[in-house]
Design a protein around this ligand. Structure first.
Ligand SMILES: Cc1cc2nc3c(=O)[nH]c(=O)nc-3n(C[C@H](O)[C@H](O)[C@H](O)COP(=O)(O)OP(=O)(O)OC[C@H]3O[C@@H](n4cnc5c(N)ncnc54)[C@H](O)[C@@H]3O)c2cc1C
Length: 457
C-alpha cells in the first residue's frame, strides 16, 4: 500500500496558542568570547568535562563547523527543506543524558551562546535550529533523550522530549492492551519536546483537551543549568511551558503526562466533495454544507471530531476544489451514523462510509494510512518525508462567511496545491479559557516513583 503522508503546504488551523518565541534567557547579545571555532570548541569541551564529570568523552556531544559529524547531525531533523542550508550554529550539542543537557546549557551561558532547543525539528520556521537575531547560538539537540516509560495502572507516562508522538502512542497502547492513548497531533514523527511546549492539538482534543492540558509534571533545565521539576519551578513557569511556545522558558528534559482511556473500537470516515463547476447549484450546496458544518462542528458531542480540509484534485488536467471531511468518533460505526444523522445530516454519512478500528490504527488513518498498516510504522522516526513548505496558523472565532469560503476555494486552486485545514475545537478546548484565562490544568499529580514506570521503548 502506498502511504499518503501528511503534506503540509498552506494551512489554516483553528489554533493560536501563545505565540511567544524567544531565546533561552542567556546573555545572548554578547559576542562570543573566542575568536575561532576551534578555540570555542576546546573551551566548551573543558566546560562540559568540568560540569558533567560522568561524561567520559565530551567530544561525543560537542560538534563545531568543520567537524565531520556536524553536517549530518545538523541536517538529521531539519524537516523543512526551505531551511536546509540556513542554519549555522556555532556549536551543535547532542547530549545523551539529562545531566549532559544541563551541563550544555550551563556551558552555553558560560560562553555567551544563546540556545536553540531542538527535539524533532518540525518547527514550521526552523526556529529550533536557526537564528536570525544572533549568530552566536548553539543548537541543543535533545533527540537522544527519547525514553517513554508507561505506568498503565496509574495511567501516566514519563516521556523525554526526543520521543516522537508515534513512539508515545505505540507505548501507551502496548503497555495497556490498547486501553490507553494520548490526545495529541496526527504526525507520528513530531516530537513531544516541541509539541507539548506549543499546545498540541489532534482528533481527541474535543474529548480530552490539548496535549499540554494532560501534562502533570515536567523537568526543565533553566538558563543557569538547573533541573527544575514542577514543585521547584512553581506554578507560573509550569503553566507557561505548556503552550507558551517551545524554547521560550527553558529546555524541557521530560514530561509526565496523563494517558487517557480509549475504547476498544473507534470509528472513522473520510468523505470528499469535489466541485466540478463554479458558480452553480453544486457550489451553493457545498457552501451550505460548509456553513452548516461550521455551525455544529465545535458543538458536537465531545467524542466526535469532524474536520474539514480544502484541497485540489486534477480532473482532466484541470485543478478543481475538493473539500475533505474527516472524522473520528470514540465509539462504533452504528453510533457514528446515528450522531452524524442527528447533527449533520447534510453530509449524508452512511454505514458504508464508516470504518471501525482500534485507536492506534485511527492515528495512522488520520496521518494518511487509510488502508491499514502495521502499528510498528509509528516507530519509524523518518516516516514523514522532508519537504519544502510554508504553514500559517490562524484562529477562527466566528464562521467564515460564504463569500470568504468562495474566495478560499478559488485561492486553493490558484495556489496549485496545498491545503487549508480547519480543525474544530469546543468540548474540552474552550476558547474562552484558551485566550482569556488559564487553560484548565489537571489536578496536581506528581509521581516521583519512576522506578515503577514500565520501560516500553
Ligand atoms: C508534518 C507536521 C505535522 C504536524 N502536525 C501537527 C498536529 O497534528 N497538531 C499540532 O498541534 N501540531 C502539529 N505540527 C506542529 C508541531 O507540533 C510543532 O511544530 C512542534 O513544535 C514540533 O515539535 P518538534 O520537537 O518536532 O520540533 P522542534 O523544531 O524541535 O521544536 C519546535 C519548537 O519547540 C522548541 N523545543 C524543542 N524541543 C524543546 C525542548 N526540549 N524544550 C523546550 N523547547 C523545545 C524549539 O526550540 C522550537 O521553538 C505539525 C508539524 C509538522 C511539520
Amino acid at each position: 500500500m502506498e502511504p499518503k503522508p501528511w503534506r503540509p503546504r498552506l494551512l489554516l488551523h483553528d489554533l493560536l496558542l501563545f505565540l511567544h518565541v524567544s531565546l533561552l534567557a542567556c546573555p545572548c547579545s554578547a559576542r562570543r568570547r573566542d575568536g575561532s571555532t576551534g578555540v570555542l570548541r576546546e573551551s566548551f569541551l573543558r566546560c562540559v568535562a568540568r560540569r558533567s564529570p560522568a561524561t567520559a568523552d565530551p567530544s561525543r556531544l560537542v560538534h563545531a563547523p568543520g567537524d565531520a559529524l556536524y553536517p549530518p547531525l545538523l541536517n538529521s531533523t531539519i524537516q523543512n527543506l526551505r531551511f536546509a542550508s540556513a542554519s549555522s550554529p556555532a556549536l551543535l550539542l547532542t547530549p545523551a543524558t539529562v545531566d549532559e543537557a544541563r551541563a550544555c546549557v550551563a556551558c552555553c551561558r558560560d560562553h555567551s551562546l544563546s540556545v536553540r532547543a531542538r527535539s524533532g525539528g518540525h518547527d514550521y520556521e526552523g526556529l529550533s535550529y536557526r537564528s536570525l537575531s544572533s549568530p552566536n547560538f548553539a543548537v541543543l539537540d535533545v533527540a537522544a533523550l527519547r525514553s517513554v516509560r508507561v505506568n498503565a495502572a496509574r495511567r501516566v507516562a514519563r516521556v523525554e522530549p526526543g520521543a516522537t508522538l508515534g513512539e508515545l502512542y505505540y507505548a501507551a497502547a502496548a503497555a495497556s492492551g490498547g486501553r490507553l492513548g494520548f490526545p495529541a497531533g496526527i504526525c507520528p514523527t513530531v516530537c513531544v519536546g516541541g509539541h507539548l511546549s506549543g499546545g498540541g492539538f489532534g482528533p481527541m482534543m474535543r474529548k480530552h483537551g490539548l496535549a499540554a492540558d494532560n501534562v502533570v509534571d515536567a523537568e526543565v533545565v533553566d538558563a543557569e543549568g538547573k533541573v527544575l521539576d514542577r514543585a521547584a519551578m512553581g506554578e507560573g513557569l509550569f503553566w507557561a511551558i505548556r503552550g507558551g511556545g517551545g524554547g521560550s522558558f527553558g529546555v524541557v528534559v521530560s514530561w509526565m503526562v496523563n494517558l487517557v482511556p480509549v475504547p476498544a473500537v473507534v470509528s472513522v470516515f473520510t468523505v470528499h466533495r469535489l466541485l466540478l463547476r463554479r458558480g452553480g447549484d453544486d457550489e451553493r450546496d457545498l457552501l451550505r454544507l460548509l456553513a452548516r458544518w461550521q455551525a455544529v462542528a465545535h458543538a458536537l458531542p465531545d467524542e466526535l471530531f469532524v474536520k474539514a480540509a480544502m484541497e485540489t484534485k486534477a480532473i482532466s488536467s484541470i485543478l478543481r476544489p475538493l473539500v475533505v471531511f474527516k472524522s473520528l468518533l470514540l465509539g462504533n460505526c452504528s453510533d457514528m451514523v446515528t450522531q452524524m444523522d442527528h447533527h449533520l445530516p447534510e453530509l449524508g454519512i452512511k454505514t458504508s462510509d464508516c470504518r471501525e478500528m482500534d485507536w492506534l490504527q485511527s492515528m495512522l488513518y488520520f496521518y494518511g494510512y487509510t488502508n491499514g498498516q502495521s502499528p510498528e510504522v509509528l516507530l519509524d522516526r523518518t516516516l514523514q518525508p522532508k519537504d519544502y513548505y510554508k504553514i500559517k496558523l490562524d484562529y477562527l472565532t466566528s464562521p467564515i462567511p460564504a463569500a470568504g469560503l468562495t474566495k478560499l476555494l478559488t485561492k486553493i486552486v490558484e495556489e496549485k496545491g496545498g491545503s487549508i485545514d480547519i480543525d474544530p475545537q469546543g468540548g474540552e478546548v474552550d476558547p474562552e479559557q484558551l485566550f482569556w484565562s488559564e487553560q484548565s490544568i489537571p489536578p496536581l499529580f506528581v509521581d516521583k516513583r519512576d522506578d515503577e514506570l514500565v520501560s516500553d521503548s
